[in-house]
Design a protein around this ligand. Structure first.
Ligand code: BES
Ligand code: ZN
Ligand code: ZN
Length: 508
């Protein structure tokens, strides 16, 4: 996680009181600056318009140009940062996230320590000022993240951590509300950072036991009750799905349960997250190429950790049970075999056709365990199927389940948070594909509709009539391109923002 925390705040539009290294001004594609540029004084504004007319900058989204300005007319700022916003009509909430991140990155490249941003003073493309504040702040925090705790060389003198404070200019009467908004966004993004840190941690450093220790640490810091089931406790509960996946590894599996109950007699939400700390495929070994990416196979569990921390820090008046089954999927003399039949915690018999379809085995026991808390809603997140990567790629997670209202609420929370979902069906006909000859069901459903048949499998461990949604994050949990400024290469921390907005009932 970044060492220097970035402070964000609102600042009243009183130019004479401003004192910062840099003033950030938005510029539309074609070189038209935002209206708030007039705050710089007519002389400066005129000069900049001239420069933009001369084509110094195109104003494409993310284009960042520094300009020196003379300190004059009470303006105590000597550098402007012209921030390209792209076409006005193409601006989206996601553009503002990217803008927030690009501003911080440009500033850090130039060792800037603080800046005042004018972007939220204008109505861009109809967005409200608070939407711009929220998304830009979110982008700034998300963009500042880097996972460099495993790099020992050159880190100390890197200018990358220079940025300390970013102010957003707003009307005076909005400063207090702006501060509240930032407080909330900061807590949510801290949850994302936790999820990213866990996701980025390599398999040798993050075993199921280490993850369990992290859950105990959360319980020390926040009003969260953590219970770890391992060894005998898993055996007693008949959690043979979790035990079978973990039996090939020297690092034993466990089931992590984190309870946050501040909602009195309000409904209970259970969030379940797959945490395979490394997925080699087991005896059905994966090909070697890119196998290292399977350290991210615990991203669903990581999202649950980040979410639990965020709701506890926000002190939300809700009841949430976070359930994280964790195992390491390795081949060895003790590993499970294709053809094995296991009796799951629910009593259902499962034939293991492919040991690489391990996520559904550990989730099945976790979903069954979730029912013991009698939740009104169950949401699970998992890097479950390669098929989902093929279907939706990196720009949306798949959502499946048994409740249309829950699904729609999650989709709307997805739009609001920028972590988009797209629905897939679980028609009865698909259940045929997981019928087994020797057992009740098998853990693979063939080549067709892999994401759906995985969800079919999970559905067999959820009571009928209990609202349940399954979110497949296989395509969205890691970013290998670094093409979005607010999403660094590696673990995305996907799901935390989505779950927070869902819990806050903040939807689009
Ligand atoms: N962890 C993988 C799914 C995955 C693939 C996540 C790519 C992220 C990127 C999962 O355990 C798996 O291997 N699933 C198999 C299931 C198959 C054997 C039915 C898959 O999707 O290939
Ligand atoms: Zn697998
Ligand atoms: Zn997996």
């Amino acid at each position: 996680m970044s060492e220097t925390p970035l402070k964000m705040d609102g600042i009243a539009v009183d130019v004479a009181t401003w004192d910062a290294d840099v003033l950030v001004i938005g510029v539309y594609q074609g070189g038209e600056p935002q209206a708030a540029i007039s705050l710089c004084g007519e002389e400066v504004a005129q000069e900049i318009r001239q420069i933009l007319k001369a084509g110094w900058m195109r104003g494409e989204l993310g284009e960042m140009v520094f300009l020196p300005v003379a300190r004059q007319n009470g303006l105590r700022i000597s550098r402007l940062l012209l921030a390209g916003m792209g076409k006005r009509e193409s601006l989206s909430l996601e553009s503002f996230r990217a803008l927030g991140a690009s501003v911080v990155k440009a500033c850090e490249k130039s060792s800037v320590e603080n800046a005042i941003c004018l972007l939220a003073l204008d109505k861009h493309n109809g967005f409200k000022h608070w939407q711009i504040l929220e998304t830009m702040a979110e982008g700034a925090w998300l963009g500042k993240y880097r996972y460099d705790c495993l790099q020992s060389v050159g880190k100390k003198d890197s200018p990358r951590h220079s940025m300390k404070k970013l102010w957003f200019a707003v009307q005076e009467e909005r400063v207090a509300r702006c501060r509240k908004l930032f407080e909330k966004v900061e807590i949510i993004t801290k949850g994302v950072m936790l999820a990213r840190d866990l996701g980025n941690t390599p398999g040798n450093l993050l075993t199921p036991e280490v993850l369990a220790r992290k859950a105990r640490e959360l319980a020390e810091q926040w009003p969260i009750k953590t219970t770890i089931h391992s060894g005998k406790s898993l055996e007693q509960k008949g959690m043979n799905g979790i035990l079978a996946v973990g039996q090939g590894s020297a690092n034993p599996p466990c089931l992590i349960v984190m309870e946050y109950r501040k909602g009195g007699d309000r409904p209970v939400l259970a969030v379940v997250g797959k945490a395979v700390t490394f997925d080699s495929g087991g005896i059905s070994l994966k090909p070697g190429a890119k196998m290292e990416e399977m350290k991210f196979d615990m991203s669903g569990g990581a999202a649950v950790f980040g979410f639990m921390q965020a709701i506890a820090e926000m002190k939300l008046p809700i009841n949430v049970v976070g359930i994280v089954p964790s195992a390491e999927n390795l081949p060895s003399g003790t590993a499970q075999r294709p053809g094995d039949v296991i009796k799951m915690a629910s009593g259902l018999f499962v034939e293991v056709i492919n040991t690489d379809a391990e996520g559904r085995l550990i989730l099945a026991d976790a979903l069954h365990h979730a029912a013991s808390f009698d939740p009104d809603v169950i949401i699970d997140l998992a890097t479950l199927t390669g098929a989902c990567v093929i279907a939706l790629g990196a720009h949306a997670s798949a959502v499946l389940g048994n409740d249309d209202i829950l699904r729609d609420q999650l989709c709307q929370a997805g739009e609001r948070s920028g972590e988009r979902l797209w629905p897939m069906p679980i028609f009865q006909e698909y259940q045929e594909q997981i019928k087994s000859v020797v057992a009740d069901i098998k853990n693979v459903g063939g080549r067709e509709a892999g994401t759906i048949t995985a969800a079919c499998f999970l559905s067999r461990f959820v009571d009928e009539g209990r609202a349940w949604a399954h979110i497949d994050i296989a395509g969205t949990a890691m970013d290998l391109t670094g093409s979005r400024p607010h999403v660094p290469k590696g673990s995305v921390g996907i799901g935390v923002r989505l779950l927070c907005r869902y819990a806050l009932k903040e939807r689009m």
